[in-house]
Write a protein that binds this ligand. Sequence first.
Ligand SMILES: Nc1ncnc2c1ncn2[C@@H]1O[C@H](COP(=O)(O)OP(=O)(O)OP(=O)(O)O)[C@@H](O)[C@H]1O
Ligand SMILES: [Mg+2]
Length: 245
Amino acid sequence: MGKTTVSATLAKLFEASQKNVYAVDADPDACLAAAVGIPDEQIRNLKPLVEMKELIDEKSGGGGAFFSLNPDVDDVLREYSIPLGNIRFLRMGGIKQGGSACYCRENSFLHALTSGLLWDKDSVVILDMGAGIEHLTRGTARSVDVMLVVVEPSKNSVNTANLVKKLAADLGIKKIKFIGNKVRNEREREFIQKHFDAEEILGFIPFDDEIWESSMENGPAVELGGELLRSMKEIHQKLLREVDE
Ligand SMILES: Nc1ncnc2c1ncn2[C@@H]1O[C@H](COP(=O)(O)OP(=O)(O)OP(=O)(O)O)[C@@H](O)[C@H]1O
Ligand SMILES: [Mg+2]
């Protein structure tokens, strides 16, 4: 649908505006790092956050609160992330088990990430969530500034987006916005507009043959510029205003 493409492009745009970016693959299938061109081999060697369990136990005496104030955080981040300029890539890892997977440990980390306990205001955290968000705890959800839902001009996609919206609201996520993706013409744009309130829609990304083709070559679409970058720049600006409010 475009979640990873949007996340990766936003990471680049935030970085370009002098932010430190933490980009987290929260979906086991996601590959945010690959989307910005990090080589596969480096990604394969990246330790997933699920492996942090023992480390957290050890440092917190089992309490899980270790991340809030500990100076060792920087070491941990280094070990569990790939740096690319001012972006650091992390991944949750883990296996989806019909929704029963426990992400509590990762959540204590995610919570520290999203609630800004680890750094200054100039950092941005982007989570590429995949379709399911039920593994977010309420605590983590509450510290999310904005949730972006990527929606395509199809009935299925609109239905899913509305379901995700409801789930997100139930979890306590304050702000939920939609991005229309793969929009080929005015009719498709109107289709999406018809299903959401105008102020809920952050913007539209046109269907772009170049992006589509770059995925066959396994190249990073984010580098292409063109339509994707143009529309994402607008979305990025709107997003900044949303978060400021
Ligand atoms: N606007 C667009 N125009 C053309 N192709 C696009 C566009 N946005 C995304 N794509 C392509 O669609 C495919 C899916 O995009 P992406 O990986 O970003 O979606 P996703 O929601 O993360 O998917 P998944 O659920 O598999 O993680 C990719 O091949 C990507 O290159
Ligand atoms: Mg993805």
